[in-house]
Design a protein around this ligand. Structure first.
Ligand code: UTP
Length: 287
């Protein structure tokens, strides 16, 4: 079986839930304390042994490329000052082999993933939605990679969501929820609360066998007029198994302001440099 060496990070969306700031700052570049949201997906992939990262990008997202690029001027300033941050600063641009692929029109997540076809080739790969921040040990990436190694089947990260959130996600229909990973029968994109076949939403990451690309090529626009990854999954399910993995970890939806705030507080509380101060500030908050 081929191993997963490539990650595709879909980061070309408009980010309308983050307007007005998304007008000028890509939502993937919004800060979680002192690192941008997308840093966490790249870091998690690299820590799990992924060798190359394909970032699907779009107009106005140069900040993402600058972030992962070398910055010799700033590096030499930090070196001259013997700045304690120098090594960590250097490590960002050396973290991974990053390839940028442009999605010229935002035709949906499925379309975004399809843009990576030429770079990924005929290999399994992992897809991240950078907004979906999942922190845990082992990482969600390690959990999915273990499942893929054991089964050779595509596998997607799923989480229980509140009833009111069901219409925002792809919801899985599973046979019976006893053995993990679950075998998916079908996926319903953005169902009404009454039509949702379970409480399990696909949050990603997703590990796909390369056959997903040919299926994506014939996937017609679906919900919202977009080429939906979930519609492609339903087509792939006609030929191949797709598993659902209810990962362990803390999940934050950083695609909206409240989710981003919660994630930032969580990270600060777990970071020795900030933990004491943020804890005492929170404890003294008068609400
Ligand atoms: P979202 O559903 O969050 O859409 O996309 P969005 O446009 O980014 O944000 P809102 O809803 O307008 O606030 C889920 C993921 O798929 C990517 C996004 O960048 C995000 O990571 N995506 C979506 C693309 O890369 N291309 C697309 O055409 C659509």
């Amino acid at each position: 079986m081929q191993y997963v060496r490539t990650a595709v990070i879909a980061a070309a969306g408009h980010g309308t839930r983050f307007l007005p700031i998304a007008k000028a700052v890509p939502k993937e570049m919004l800060p979680l304390v002192n690192k941008p949201v997308i840093h966490y997906a790249v870091e998690q992939a690299c820590n799990a042994g992924i060798e190359r990262i394909v970032i699907i990008t779009s107009r106005g997202k140069q900040a993402t490329e600058d972030y992962f690029d070398l910055n010799p001027d700033l590096e030499s300033v930090l070196a001259q000052r013997e700045h304690p941050y120098l090594e960590e600063f250097k490590s960002i641009s050396r973290m991974a082999d990053i390839i940028y692929v442009r999605q010229s029109e935002q035709l949906g997540l499925g379309h975004a993933v399809l843009q990576a076809k030429k770079v990924v080739g005929n290999e399994p790969f992992i897809v991240y939605l950078p907004d979906e921040l999942i922190l845990g040990d082992p990482s969600v990436t390690d959990q999915l990679l273990t499942s893929f190694k054991e089964t050779g089947s595509s596998v997607v990260g799923v989480a229980h969501v509140n009833k009111s959130d069901l219409p925002r996600f792809g919801i899985i229909d599973i046979e019976k929820a006893d053995a993990i990973p679950y075998s998916i029968n079908k996926v319903i994109e953005k169902p009404s609360i009454t039509d949702a076949p379970s409480n399990f939403a696909i949050t990603g990451p997703y590990i796909f066998v390369p056959e997903i690309f040919s299926v994506l090529q014939s996937t017609k626009p679906g919900s919202g007029g977009e080429i939906q990854l979930t519609d492609a999954m339903n087509l792939l399910l006609k030929e191949k198994k797709i598993l659902a993995y209810p990962y362990t970890g803390d999940r934050f939806d950083c695609g909206n302001p409240i989710g981003l705030l919660k994630a930032a507080v969580h990270i600060a509380l777990h970071e020795p440099k900030y933990a004491d101060e943020i804890k005492s500030w929170l404890q003294n908050l008068k609400i």
